[in-house]
Design a protein around this ligand. Structure first.
Ligand code: GLU
Length: 444
């Protein structure tokens, strides 16, 4: 059995109830075969792959809080500090009822390579809770965040582990978390990113994941001789990533015709109105059913269906495994040219393979959505310098980073004889940096 197969088998056996984690490990290790084969003796001796798939530390804790009726609620909190070879653990906090250890570990594992791809000094980590923020009052959100941070603050710090937002964690939650950290630890430091502008946040951080996705998409299309201008785009999701992906797509001359949330999706043939979307999602925190009252010519459909629309580009920006093999077949049949992932692992393994086998340009999330965490790292730099940069300065750094990632993943794929396989390119380029740092630092 090859070293890669042995490690995959070991991961599945040791963590039997963690399918999302298995999926992420398989995707990465499968594409590392060429590199691992070339260094097999050394990697085996150092148990490099076993160390890579084993988090450095996992913290699981109780989060009790009191709801508006005076009832005590208990959630589970997680922080997986996966790999610190190239910098302090860095990664978001997901608040969603689906959160469990498997989800946090898959996200933390992906984060290692994503963060390495940014070229910035950030290790991989992820956290969150099965707390469901939907329908909760502001006071309940604050109560949860304070309780969560009361425990988490023992394990994080500006030079140790720097959490940020993810699904369910936005500016409001980061504010409450930061306030509680400061109160308990008595330190004013850049312990979280995605902060408000009045207390250490970075300009362009809110826009960064969506904008970055479009910068990378535009460059990748260009490498393939295609222009983004005039293209029709399907976007899924309607959160922070989707909103700013749509905004940037529009600025770059493309037209986005769909958005979705957990209950339905919108088709707007004239192009999604991003101001309306922001009003519904960021101000009212409401459902997409409201979109039609602002845009009477649009259609609202219940359930899923975004990938059935005929488009040139698909940008999945909702959540893991939202684009299945059936969806991939539909996209190919409709002549879709490229799929670039704004969310983390939104495409199933089978769907990814189908798209690649049918010559659809495919950019994996760890490269395509790295703009968010990259700008978080820029926020950390500004906090350390006690300075803040202008929007243009941060945005232009973000663009440079995304263009560099695009070329790095393309070059890595070519170096290993797999031109155009950006999954392989991203995994190898991320891995090379982490493996090099791990080897240099000895057995730790
Ligand atoms: N949650 C985002 C991600 O998946 C951002 C993490 C961060 O800014 O640390 O990369």
């Amino acid at each position: 059995m090859t070293y890669v197969d042995e490690v995959i088998e070991h991961v599945v056996k040791k963590n039997p109830a963690e399918p999302e984690f298995h999926q992420a490990v398989k995707e990465v290790l499968e594409s590392l075969r060429v590199v691992v084969d070339a260094n097999e003796e050394k990697y085996r001796k150092d148990a490099l792959l076993e160390r890579l798939v084993h988090p450095e530390r996992q913290i699981i804790f109780r989060v009790p809080w009191i709801d508006d009726k005076g009832q005590v609620q208990v959630n589970t909190g997680y922080r997986v500090q996966f790999n610190s070879a190239i910098g302090p653990y860095k990664g978001g906090l997901r608040l969603h009822r689906s959160v469990n250890l498997s989800i946090i570990k898959f996200l933390g594992f992906e984060q290692i390579f994503k963060n390495a791809l940014t070229g910035l000094p950030i290790g991989g980590g992820k956290g969150g809770s099965d707390f469901d923020p939907k329908g909760k009052s502001d006071r309940e959100i604050m109560a949860f965040c304070q309780s969560f941070m009361t425990e988490l603050c023992k394990y994080i710090g500006a030079d140790t582990d720097v959490p940020a937002g993810d699904i369910g964690t936005g500016a409001r939650e980061i504010g409450y978390l930061f306030g509680q950290y400061k109160k308990i630890r008595g330190v004013y430091e850049g312990v979280l990113t995605g902060k408000g502008l009045s207390y250490g946040g970075s300009l362009a951080r809110s826009e960064a994941t969506g904008y970055g996705l479009l910068y990378l998409t535009e460059e990748l299309l260009k490498l393939n001789g295609i222009s983004l201008k005039g293209k029709t785009v399907a976007v899924s999701g309607s959160g922070n990533v989707a909103i700013y992906a749509i905004e940037k797509a529009l600025q770059l001359g493309a037209k986005v015709v769909t958005v979705s949330d957990s209950t339905g999706w919108v088709y707007d043939a004239d192009g999604i109105d991003v101001r309306v979307l922001k009003e519904i999602k960021e101000v009212k925190r409401a459902r997409l059913t409201e979109y039609k009252s602002y845009r009477p010519n649009s259609e609202y459909h219940q359930g899923r269906g975004v990938w059935s629309v005929k488009v040139d580009l698909a940008l999945p920006c909702a959540t893991q495994n939202e684009l299945t093999l059936e969806d991939a077949k539909q996209l190919v049949a409709n002549g879709c040219l490229a799929v670039c992932e704004g969310a983390n692992m939104p495409t199933t393994l089978k769907a990814t393979q189908y798209l690649q086998n049918n010559d659809v340009i495919f950019a994996p999330g760890k490269a395509a959505n790295a703009g968010g965490v990259a700008t978080s790292a820029l926020e950390m730099s500004q906090n350390s310098m006690r300075m803040s940069w202008s929007f243009e300065e941060v945005d232009s750094k973000l663009k440079d980073i995304m263009v560099t990632i695009c070329h790095n993943i393309s070059d890595a794929a070519e170096r290993y004889g797999a031109k155009g396989n950006y999954v392989l390119g991203a995994n190898i380029a991320g891995f090379e940096r982490v493996a090099d740092a791990m080897s240099a630092q000895g057995i730790v």
